[in-house]
Ligand binder design. Structure first.
Ligand code: C2E
Ligand code: MG
Ligand code: MG
Ligand code: MG
Length: 288
């Protein structure tokens, strides 16, 4: 019954508490199986140099290719994964695929991955990541971890230790969704971030909303003053891109450049840019 109900999209949004609990249980069971069955996959969103248009790398965004539910977005499964303690196995399953995909891409390309608050409470996070990097052959120097401020509330000390250890391995650390949390400025001082990412809510609305535009400008200046590079996410139009350029922003991502794509689509894009690693480029074409 749960499986049939899951096929009905409206089931996700049904009203009562009993329905909600039933849905949760069904999704949780489906997720546990899905992790084992390899249904959680990385999608890739381009990150570009706004001045040159050059492709700099990708942000990995998890998707659930569920046979019962279709393609499920992270906002619908990450919170459940966090609550049920599945986030670690889910995250590492998706990262394993992404590191394996991306190790064969041009060595100039970086990969950004999101790390949940509960993962930053795992004292072994850094060791586990290093082990995965070693197993997959993906260089730590090409990896950037994105964390949000929510990660820093419960245990700033542990977060500091984990971040220091990641940085010792050559992994960079970015503060994601900047501007939406609390006491952002204190966190910028307490932790050695390599980058700030402006939350997309400010960027997508900046053409029609003076407050958003002022906030984007203020964060850009803050980054300049602190010597921290700033990335804008949620660039949906050429107008926004132009406006950000005029503010001196150097790096961005968003639907204007492309929506998150499958690994196959990413490989085609890289082939067109001649940014696949040498052996792959050298593969003979079927007709030759
Ligand atoms: P995020 O890290 O802030 O990722 C950016 C989100 O903005 C992505 O949503 C992306 O698809 C969306 N986006 C990008 N460009 C645009 C744009 O121009 N306009 C609009 N309206 N949206 C844009 P997505 O993929 O649904 O991911 C949502 C959040 O889920 C992410 O926010 C991240 O916090 C989390 N997430 C995704 N994958 C993972 C993962 O593997 N592990 C963890 N822990 N969290 C993840
Ligand atoms: Mg992110
Ligand atoms: Mg973000
Ligand atoms: Mg987010």
């Amino acid at each position: 019954a749960a499986k049939n109900a899951g096929r009905n999209r409206h089931f996700w949004f049904s009203g009562t508490m009993e329905d909600e609990l039933f849905r949760r249980n069904a999704v949780e069971a489906g997720m546990r199986q899905g992790i084992a069955a390899g249904e959680f996959v990385p999608y890739y969103e381009q990150q570009v140099d706004l001045n040159t248009g050059k492709l700099l790398g990708f942000e990995m965004l998890a998707r659930w290719e569920s046979p019962a539910l279709g393609l499920v977005a992270p906002d619908d499964f990450i919170p459940i994964a966090e609550e049920t303690g599945m986030i670690g196995s889910l995250s590492f399953a998706v990262m394993r695929r992404a590191f394996t995909d991306a190790r064969d891409w041009d060595p100039s390309l970086t990969l950004s991955v999101n790390i949940s608050p509960s993962q930053l409470r795992d004292p072994w996070l850094s060791q586990k990541l290093l082990k995965l990097l070693t197993e997959t052959g993906f260089p730590p120097s090409r990896l950037e971890i994105e964390i949000t401020e929510t990660s820093l509330y419960d245990n700033l000390g542990l977060a500091q230790t984990i971040i220091a250890s990641l940085k010792n391995q050559g992994i960079r650390v970015a503060l994601d969704d900047f501007g939406t949390g609390y006491s952002s400025l204190a966190h910028l001082r307490a932790l050695p971030f390599d980058r700030i990412k402006i939350d997309r809510s400010f960027v997508t609305s900046m053409m029609g909303n003076a407050e958003s535009a002022a906030i984007v400008q203020a964060i850009t200046r803050l980054g300049d003053s602190l010597g921290l590079p700033v990335t804008a996410e949620g660039i949906e139009s050429k107008d926004i891109e132009q406006r950000l350029l005029s503010l001196g922003l150097a790096k961005g991502q968003g639907w204007h450049f492309g929506k998150p794509m499958t690994v196959e689509a990413a490989r085609s894009l890289l082939a067109a840019h001649k940014m696949l690693a040498a052996e792959e480029e050298a593969l003979p074409l079927p007709d030759e």
